[in-house]
Write a protein of this length. Structure first.
Length: 296
């Protein structure tokens, strides 16, 4: 009997060690200083995930008649998590058309895989494209590779500082409608609806929600109006119900695609765009959230 219990315990231990959740919770610590030195800028640590961002403040982009603030839709970012004896990086690069293939070439040369290439906006000038990338390896070498790719663009590769921003009453009303508290940054209200019902694995790691596995809703406030942009993270069955609700509420679908490679479960990301009455648009986005499995 004692021997049977011992064997059972050993089997259970092996099963736990093989699980992504166990692997993630026992991942080695990231070399944060090494990443920051390689990227040329310190990032932000959220749980076990470290994220470094570079806004494209060099760009003057208009979508129709709306001048797009970098914080709405023009931020390069790279996130890192430890996974076993290595690290996983995942992120998003904001590029002009003539920057796309030089950046792809550099990432490929340095062993960083391209997961997606697409638009996030509609009607914009100049045309802006977005590369999503994934890779597994040494975090400092991965950070160097991403920095080298960014150096092929006109992105300002400097640390920027910004003070706290007052949240206007309209932002608070939008938060009440959406059902989640947001934050102001770069003149934009950022509200993130988590997908706690979806547990994502990729590249041999469990990918946390803060690493882009959620639904960000961004409001660039303009009086009583707002430009809205972001993307819904969806399972296959949720895609077309969300499209119908968005279109019924005056929100345009900008693109639909993957963001990762080999992700489980299979995920779709739907980017949207609209400009109009901020409250009405918030209600439309809330209705679309209700068609997905986001906790409410």
């Amino acid at each position: 009997m004692k021997s049977a219990r011992l064997v059972s315990g050993l089997l259970m231990g092996l099963m736990l060690m093989a699980s992504p959740v166990f692997a993630q919770s026992n991942a080695r610590r990231l070399n944060l200083e090494g990443i920051a030195d390689a990227m040329g800028k310190k990032g932000d640590l959220t749980g076990e995930m470290y994220k470094v961002s570079f806004p494209r403040s060099d760009l003057n982009v208009k979508a129709g008649n709306v001048a797009i603030k970098p914080a709405l839709a023009l931020v390069n970012w790279a996130a890192f998590i430890g996974s076993g004896g290595a690290a996983v990086t995942y992120g998003d690069l904001v590029l002009l058309e003539d920057e796309v293939n030089p950046v792809i070439g550099k990432l490929e040369e340095r062993g960083v895989e391209i997961a997606a290439l697409h638009n996030h906006l509609l009607h914009e000038q100049p045309r802006i494209m977005y590369i999503h990338f994934v890779a597994r390896g040494d975090e400092v070498e991965l950070a160097k590779a991403i920095r080298e790719a960014l150096a092929l663009t006109k992105t300002p590769l400097v640390a920027t500082s910004s003070g706290p921003e007052t949240k206007p009453e309209l932002a608070k009303e939008i938060e009440r409608i959406i059902g989640y508290e947001g934050s102001m940054g770069g003149g934009v209200l950022h509200v993130v609806a988590p997908r706690n019902d979806v547990h994502v694995t990729a590249m041999g790691a469990t990918i946390p929600g803060a690493m882009g596995m959620n639904t960000p809703l961004n409001f660039q406030l303009d009086g009583k109006n707002a430009a809205v942009n972001g993307d819904f993270m969806l399972l296959a069955a949720e895609v077309n119900p969300v499209i119908k609700v968005l279109r019924a509420n005056g929100v345009e679908v900008a693109s639909l695609h993957n963001h990762m490679l080999g992700d489980e479960p299979r995920l779709f990301f739907m980017h949207f765009w609209a400009y109009g009455d901020a409250v009405a648009l918030a209600k439309g986005l809330k209705a679309a959230l209700d068609e997905s499995h986001s906790p409410r």
